[in-house]
Design a protein around this ligand. Structure first.
Ligand code: DX5
Ligand code: ZN
Length: 241
């Protein structure tokens, strides 16, 4: 993708229908000293990129902000899915939109969910909501009709390289059932410990977007890793339906 500027996809969240899946490599596990090259290695095999924003308050870690998102935007047309692990995401939504974010996902644990969703909608970006492992599904259920993307965390947020928590999977089942019942078009995403062994577990329960950090960028062949996760998840999602 090299010098591509701006977006190469339609505005809004790409709608994933039927068994259409996406792997979203998380740049948190990339080498930030050669971030552009790392992004280029996966740009040919997926059109989503997951950007982990951590504020050293909502989570203990501190990562990147709108300045880096703007640099990534200049480098690639991929869909930039920004996961905001922040106590006050509302303060930064417009800055992320202006930097070129395509969607932002806020944690339900920070509250003011309805207002934050309305603001993201008004800004014209994809509306995402995130649920931590210790948070029950019921906390997110009232907002499902407001969102494009529901992210079920399968690790405690803050760091890459943790072990997949299968305890979170029933939340996907609940979200899928609610979405079907209420005829909602929401993409279910999982994040944390996803690789070719765990992606199928989430796919069977309804996940359609698979965030993977270490499994992609710590593999000597990141593009191959994306393909393997995609194909493992595809096999299971069709078998499970
Ligand atoms: C964790 C982040 C994840 C992380 C995933 O707080 O939200 O996106 O990068 O990394 P892996 O795939 O290594 O668990
Ligand atoms: Zn994330």
């Amino acid at each position: 993708m090299g010098e591509t500027a701006g977006r190469t996809h339609a505005p809004g969240l790409p709608s994933l229908s039927g068994n259409d899946l996406r792997v979203a490599p998380s740049i948190l596990s990339a080498d930030f000293g050669r971030l552009a090259e790392e992004i280029d290695t996966v740009a040919g095999v997926t059109d989503w990129l997951h950007v982990d924003v951590m504020d050293a308050h909502f989570v203990p870690n501190l990562t990147i902000g709108p300045v880096v998102v703007a640099s990534i935007r200049r480098r690639t047309g991929m869909f930039l899915d920004c996961h905001l692990m922040m106590t006050d995401p509302g303060e930064y939504l417009e800055a992320f939109r202006n930097a070129g974010a395509d969607s932002c996902s806020v944690h339900v644990e920070v509250g003011e969910t309805e207002a934050l969703c309305a603001e993201m909608r008004q800004l014209g970006i994809g509306v995402g909501l995130v649920v931590n492992p210790e948070t029950p599904y019921e906390a997110a259920a009232p907002y499902l009709h407001l969102v494009d993307l529901l992210l079920i965390m399968t690790v405690h947020p803050g760091f890459a390289g943790q072990k997949f928590m299968a305890d979170s999977i029933p939340k996907l089942t609940e979200a899928r059932a609610q979405a079907e019942r209420e005829e909602l078009k929401v993409t279910l995403q999982v994040d944390g410990g996803i690789d070719e062994l765990t992606a199928p577990i989430a796919a069977i329960a309804g996940a359609r977007c698979f965030v993977a950090g270490s499994a992609v960028f710590h593999d000597p062949d990141p593009a191959g890793a994306v393909r393997r996760i995609h194909s493992a998840a595809s096999g299971s999602s069709s078998a499970g339906r």
